[in-house]
Design a binder for this molecule. Structure first.
Ligand code: PNS
Length: 169
């Protein structure tokens, strides 16, 4: 039987526990989950694309179905290139619905046959977003409840002035 594949796209600047929950749940439905760090080459995030991929790969180490790639173009083009027909997006609440529906429709127009499936966020992770994490980091708040350990490790390596507590501290 043909293996089932989905693309889980995002900026992942950085990956959060909410993203990880979506990846784990998608891995129960699909044989392969391609986690795509989609980035605009003209826009710089807080973390470089290489750092985002590295953090995601480490966080996904225990999820054999997941593979992490980076792509600097249109989602529709990526799915065409990879022969992927399903995109997964997490919905934190109704406020996400309008923009996510618009994105799903545009992607479906650019790549006819491409379907977007929405997974409702687990209430435990509903409030977490990467932009919130970046803001908390700027003010030195503890990020452990919101991000995987790979992110804490990368912050302590790349932003020593923003050192986060770890179990080893
Ligand atoms: O994590 P985010 O920032 O909500 O993810 C948004 C993302 C990266 C999935 C979206 O911006 C995207 O698909 N970018 C690639 C460019 C593209 O295809 N744009 C058209 C979709 S309307």
């Amino acid at each position: 039987m043909k293996e089932s594949v989905c693309l889980y796209p995002g900026s992942f600047d950085p990956v959060t526990l909410g993203h990880m929950d979506v990846i784990r749940r998608a891995a129960k439905i699909f044989d392969r989950v391609v986690v795509g760090v989609l980035h605009n080459p003209e826009k710089q995030g807080l973390f470089s694309v290489e750092q985002r991929v590295k953090m995601l790969r480490e966080a996904c180490k225990t999820i054999p179905q997941a593979e992490v790639i980076a792509y600097g173009g249109l989602l529709a083009q990526l799915t065409k290139e990879q022969g992927i027909t399903v995109v997964i997006r997490g919905l934190r609440g109704v406020s996400d619905l309008e923009s996510e529906t618009a994105m799903a429709r545009i992607n479906g127009q650019l790549n006819p046959g491409l379907e977007t499936l929405f997974l409702p966020a687990d209430p435990a992770f509903r409030e977490i977003s990467a932009s919130m994490v970046r803001q908390l980091l700027a003010f030195g708040a503890d990020l452990a409840p919101y991000v995987p350990r790979a992110v804490i490790k990368e912050i302590n390596k790349s932003f020593p002035n923003k050192h986060q507590k770890t179990r080893e501290d």
